[in-house]
Design a protein around this ligand. Structure first.
Ligand code: ADP
Ligand code: MG
Length: 274
């Protein structure tokens, strides 16, 4: 067995409480994640599910060290990154990519699609010249199913699904070792969602990406993920391979979540239509 790509032990996170602001004193801290532990193997797609406020986003952002943990340890590729500062994290940034929920606010409106993808390639030294970065960007657009001519377009000229493809292209063009995807299909209409999911399935098999895939939608997670972490109240309730977790939920909460999945075979309008 090779060492896991991510190894997380006793991870705790506390953030300043937004609801309390005493005068002349720092905000009191509120604990959001409570001693979380798990591993992610190279090439694994791990889902994180749980109701809103359960700590999914905080967990993801802490893994890629956008948030500083208050306790525990995070090892990435054998390196302790628990308390690395921004400078020390810089060489690892290429390998810790994030695809955001809302591609419109995460894409710079003044950059063309081509430059959006090319800029990080130059910044991280993946491409040696602007023309090499441009070629790589065009090739990556093709991988995510967009015509190379889209290089010249601006984010506002694209549909939501197309924008999310650009967000995916920007991340995978760097050939990162890890991708955090936080609710990346939540804002899309059903048909764009289905297309993005097929794209992710293809990327998973072709690029062997390692992904933490956060979603409140269990049907999406069931389709895409090898393993699923169920969270509630900043704790992990279950962490098991997808098949067994859905077939035989150990925790009543997982069974509840599962029962809340709408059955895709049934047309929601059937009652009205009869
Ligand atoms: N920046 C923050 N400061 C203080 N509390 C926060 C912050 N971000 C999130 N929280 C709180 O942490 C909890 C978990 O939030 P979050 O990680 O966003 O959950 P999820 O992604 O599962 O909806 C919530 O109770 C939320 O109010
Ligand atoms: Mg969230």
């Amino acid at each position: 067995m090779s060492a896991p790509l991510f190894s997380v032990e006793g991870l705790s996170v506390a953030l300043p409480d937004p609801n309390r602001k005493p005068l002349f004193r720092p905000r009191p801290m509120v604990e959001i994640l409570h001693e979380i532990g798990f591993e992610i193997a190279e090439g694994e797609v791990v889902g994180v599910v749980g109701e809103s406020g359960s700590g999914k986003t905080t967990l993801g952002r802490t893994l890629v060290r956008l948030i500083d943990p208050t306790g525990g340890a995070i090892h990435f590729a054998g390196t302790d990154i628990t308390h690395r500062d921004d400078n020390a994290l810089r060489p690892l940034r290429r390998d810790l990519q994030v695809i955001f929920q809302d591609p419109l606010s995460s894409l710079n409106p003044r950059l063309t699609v081509g430059r959006t993808i090319a800029r990080p390639l130059l910044f991280h030294g993946v491409a040696a010249s602007a023309s090499e970065a441009h070629d790589l960007a065009a090739a990556t657009l093709e991988i995510v199913g967009l015509p190379p001519a889209f290089s010249a377009r601006y984010p506002h000229e694209l549909s939501g699904g197309q924008r999310q493809r650009v967000g995916i292209a920007r991340a995978i063009a760097l050939k990162p070792r890890f991708v955090l995807a936080d609710e990346i299909v939540s804002g899309l209409d059903v048909s764009s969602q289905a297309q993005i999911l097929s794209l992710l399935e293809r990327l998973k098999s072709e690029l062997k990406l390692t992904v933490l895939f956060i979603s409140h939608d269990l049907s999406v997670v069931r389709r895409l993920c090898d393993r699923v972490i169920v969270m509630r109240g900043g704790r992990i309730l279950e962490n098991r391979p997808t098949g067994p977790l859905f077939d035989h939920p150990e925790h009543p909460y997982t069974a509840e979540l599962k029962a809340a999945i709408p059955l895709p075979e049934i047309d929601p309008d059937w009652l009205a239509a009869t």
